[in-house]
Write a protein that binds this ligand. Structure first.
Ligand SMILES: Nc1ncnc2c1ncn2[C@@H]1O[C@H](COP(=O)(O)OP(=O)(O)OP(=O)(O)O)[C@@H](O)[C@H]1O
Ligand SMILES: O=C(O)[C@H](O)[C@@H](O)[C@H](O)[C@H](O)CO
Length: 311
């Protein structure tokens, strides 16, 4: 690989990740880095940061007022938590709670639409700052992995944002999704990633791609599905994607404990068992790394950055 790229995190307990990056002279495509994880893993926290950013993209065009407000509140919560941490008052229970640190990183990883080529950063109000603007945000956290990840300036997607309402309702009732529910959602994500990758955009996707087949769909579209997607294949599907899966692994006990403390998420903790049962951890020949959710966010990002540098 001669370049590094985008990063994607989804969720299923989203705790996986993948990266897509360019493939070199003979293939037009870029490799895609995606990330998937299991519910409640560290990646999720990261995802939330990206989610907040993505939400701001919606604000410019797509999302409904109610949804935007919710996201903004979530973002606001992070801001308060971040300030508290920085003033040494925050009893946030570990680095994973140190959103002051990981928010700027993901902000950098998810520039708003129309600014995605930039390498600027979010200011403390979530406003985008071009490089050299000297605004706070990520600048407050120097020298760690998150800082460096933010500097990548990759576009960020949270796969949860693309679940159809039926899927959300189903999960909200405590009913696990099945292949039929997930395949159209994954195909849609594939099309989105492909468009970006084909245009040279580096992408990070936060996505709970629990099965190998799901990860194959992300890179290959319906060709990667045992059950075919209904949507017709897009002509644009010429670029080739490579996915680096960052598997954020953790025990049921650890993740369950975190989920039980989490509030305001549509995914009920009782679905965690089905997520573990469905999970097919990445294995060769998949391009992946595995990182324990027992590590703090800073360590996790540092490991990812280290891996990217070697690609
Ligand atoms: N590295 C970490 N160390 C400790 N706690 C963490 C870490 N990462 C995340 N957490 C905590 O675990 C809980 C779940 O994390 P998060 O919401 O990010 O999960 P998620 O993957 O988004 O879950 P879902 O897929 O259901 O959306 C949160 O309260 C978060 O603060
Ligand atoms: O495939 C799935 O079962 C879903 O994508 C779930 O993983 C949830 O969306 C996620 O866990 C909530 O954050």
């Amino acid at each position: 690989m001669n370049e590094c790229f985008p990063w994607v995190d989804d969720d299923p307990a989203c705790q996986g990740e993948a990266l897509l990056e360019p493939r070199g002279a003979r293939t037009v495509g870029r490799q895609v880095a995606g990330l998937w994880a299991t519910m409640g893993s560290p990646g999720r926290r990261q995802c939330q940061a990206g989610r907040a950013l993505h939400f701001r993209e919606e604000e410019r065009g797509r999302g409904g007022e109610r949804k935007r407000r919710g996201r903004r509140e979530r973002w606001g919560g992070w801001e308060r938590e971040a300030e508290s941490m920085e003033k040494g008052r925050g009893e946030t229970g570990g680095a994973q709670r140190g959103t002051a640190l990981n928010r700027p990183a993901w902000a950098g990883a998810a520039p708003p639409l129309g600014r995605r080529e930039g390498r600027g950063r979010r200011g403390p109000e979530g406003d985008w700052k071009e490089p050299g603007s000297g605004h706070g945000g990520a600048g407050r956290v120097a020298g760690d992995g998150r800082e460096r990840l933010g500097e990548l300036g990759w576009k960020f997607y949270d796969a949860d944002d693309y679940h159809p309402e039926e899927n959300r309702k189903k999960m909200g009732k405590g009913i696990p999704l099945d292949d039929q529910d997930r395949i159209p959602w994954l195909c849609n994500l594939h099309d989105i990633l492909l468009r970006d990758v084909a245009s040279g955009q580096h992408v990070v996707l936060a996505c709970s791609a629990l099965k190998k087949m799901y990860r194959d769909i992300l890179t290959q579209g319906k060709d990667g599905a045992a059950l075919k997607c209904e949507e017709s294949e897009k002509e644009a599907k010429r670029a080739e994607m490579q996915l680096l899966v960052v598997h954020l692994s953790g025990s049921f006990e650890v993740i369950s404990g975190r989920l039980l403390k989490r509030k305001g998420h549509f995914m009920p903790p009782e679905l965690l068992q089905s997520q573990f049962e469905t999970l097919e951890p990445p294995a060769a020949p998949e391009n992946f790394i595995q990182i324990s959710v027992d590590k703090n966010v800073s360590e996790i990002i540092a490991k990812i950055m280290e891996t990217l540098k070697m690609k």
